[in-house]
Design a protein around this ligand. Structure first.
Ligand SMILES: Nc1nc2c(c(=O)[nH]1)N[C@H]1C(S)=C(S)[C@@H](COP(=O)(O)O)O[C@H]1N2
Ligand SMILES: [Mo]
Length: 517
């Protein structure tokens, strides 16, 4: 019977989540316990663990988080079921404790008591189910010597035999499971339909840039097999954010408030934006968590409005030095005011590679700032620019141990040959991408087996804000070889010192070992 008790605990817990999901469709997306707890875990994950998760699982880190939470939930619910008795509701008490914690977190995330409802109503349903199933199990487990409470229960007064008692238990479990799944799916559909902006996004017509971006020079993309394309397609663009539910922000509800240390607070609506003329620029975005040779970097054509012009309308005060940008989901980035107003192409972007921003990449509007890592600049689903000072305000990741300043470090990645690969001897093309945003890549050098550094051939520079491809012809001889690459910018070669991604980005040369046959 221990097994059935565990299963009863698990289906009762599923009912908690299913009913909570249904209630959350009305109470607000962030309040469903699975998301509220997951988001809380994300916000409080120690840096080391976060780094390890991103470098190990890359952009599937959220899926891994949910799977881990699921495994923990199944184990805890199973144990709660095993210890629950009609006369001793130990499992129900565990459910109640979970419910209260999840309710408090849910209320906090929504910023109101309605946020507690999904967890409270879900937990109540789960406890009722667990009690009912346990009465049936107690009755069936020993019909002759069952506990007094079980005798008094309706499930026992019908004088069931052990066989029909078991059937009643299984029936109850199946019914609870079906209810849980039904409630969960209904919640998803209702909540999703109310929030999803996919259909709206498909109808958005992007305004035209003042001067359309000229065609790329023919040698901007060398089209070498195995080499990353110059422009990263939206579907391949890395995604990094703390959002467990992608914020669904409609253009109607969106606005951008510029406030704080300004002479004139202003609020821009979507229609205000469309009345102005955007610019289009190619900018290479990079994540501070990108390890050496990692792929948390991408290059896109962004359509947007110059931040220097938008900020000028609010007239920042002379002693302000930071813009704290806020997102719809409460995330923040702190950018130097100077980087947004020094003439570089910092923008409020609404388009990515000729389309409205993909929802995951910040629809309807986000920031893009050449030369700064995403965590200090690239706020997606952006709703506020708060003009302030570095000694007054602290952004999301800075509070968690990352540097307040995040200029992108000069670097490169070897795309081909693949690390630890085997290649035939003879002429081999080594190729990769190199970046030094807002300084410009002036050269790339390759080193084979601790030999001399020799120059690679570079693709045509499009702007100093984007990466460049490079290739290097090598006559590969049999044996094991070590390949290294480094980028040069106007200050010289990138540093050889290896440093981890915390607190302000990795440094060191990408190095790979390959076997030549
Ligand atoms: N709202 C919000 N915006 C965010 C983040 C976030 O967690 N929430 N992460 C930032 C980080 S760390 C990076 S590297 C970039 C990544 O942008 P992408 O997902 O479009 O590639 O978004 C930035 N903008
Ligand atoms: Mo990032």
């Amino acid at each position: 019977m221990a097994f059935l008790r565990a299963v009863a605990g698990i289906v009762a817990a599923a009912l908690v989540l299913g009913v909570a999901e249904l209630v959350a469709a009305f109470a607000g997306a962030g309040s469903a316990p699975a998301y509220a707890l997951g988001a809380t875990v994300v916000d409080h994950t120690p840096d080391g663990v976060r780094e390890w998760a991103i470098s190990t699982f890359g952009t599937s880190d959220k899926a891994v988080l949910f799977v881990c939470m699921g495994v923990v939930a199944v184990v805890v619910a199973g144990v709660a079921g095993i210890f629950e008795r009609t006369s001793r509701p130990a499992g129900s008490v565990a459910f109640a404790v979970f419910g209260v914690v999840a309710a408090v977190i849910g209320a906090g995330r929504i910023g109101g008591l309605v946020g507690a409802l999904p967890a409270l109503i879900g937990t109540a349903a789960g406890i009722l189910a667990l009690r009912a199933l346990t009465r049936r199990i107690d009755a069936a487990s020993d019909p002759l010597r069952s506990e007094p409470e079980a005798d008094a229960s309706p499930s026992h007064t019908d004088g069931s035999t052990a066989g029909s008692g078991r059937r009643r238990v299984l029936g109850g479990i199946v019914a609870t499971g079906v209810l849980a799944i039904g409630a969960g799916l209904a919640g998803r559909l209702l909540g999703g339909a109310r929030r999803d902006v996919t259909a709206e996004r498909a109808t958005v017509e992007l305004p035209r840039a003042a001067t359309p971006l000229p065609d790329l020079p023919p040698d901007a993309d060398l089209r070498v097999p195995g080499l990353t394309s110059y422009i990263t397609p939206n579907s391949d663009f890395y995604r990094i954010d703390t959002a467990l539910i992608v914020p669904q922000v409609s253009t109607d509800s969106w606005s951008l408030r510029i406030h704080g240390m300004v002479e004139q607070e202003i609020t821009l609506t979507w229609d205000d934006l469309l009345r102005q003329t955007p610019v289009e620029r190619v900018v290479t975005l990079a994540c501070v968590s990108n390890p050496i040779n990692g792929d948390l970097i991408g290059n896109a054509r962004w359509l947007g409005y110059r931040l220097d012009e938008l900020l000028a309308r609010a007239r920042p005060l002379p002693d302000a030095d930071m813009v704290l940008s806020h997102s719809k989901d409460g995330w923040t980035a702190g950018s130097p005011l100077s980087a947004l107003t020094d003439g570089r192409d910092a923008m409020l972007a609404i388009g990515m590679n000729g389309e409205p921003l993909p929802i995951q990449h910040g629809y309807p509007a986000r920031l893009v700032v050449p030369g700064l890592y995403g965590y200090v600049s690239a706020t997606k689903w952006v709703t506020e620019l708060e003009v302030t000072r570095f000694d007054k305000a602290t952004a999301y990741w800075t509070r968690r141990g990352w540097s307040a300043q995040g200029p992108i470090k000069t670097g490169t990645r070897i795309d081909t040959p693949r690390a630890r690969g085997r290649i035939p001897q003879g002429r081999t093309v080594i190729a990769g991408v190199a970046w030094a945003q807002h300084r410009g890549v002036t050269g790339v050098e390759v080193q084979i087996d601790n030999g001399d550094w020799r120059p690679a051939r570079l693709s045509t520079e499009v702007t100093i804000d984007t990466w460049r491809q490079w290739t290097f012809d090598w006559d590969a001889t049999p044996g094991q070889h070590t390949l290294r690459a480094r980028t040069l910018d106007p200050t010289g070669p990138q540093t050889a010192v290896s440093q981890d991604v915390v607190p302000d980005g990795a440094t060191g040369y990408p190095t790979l070992t390959i076997q030549v046959q």
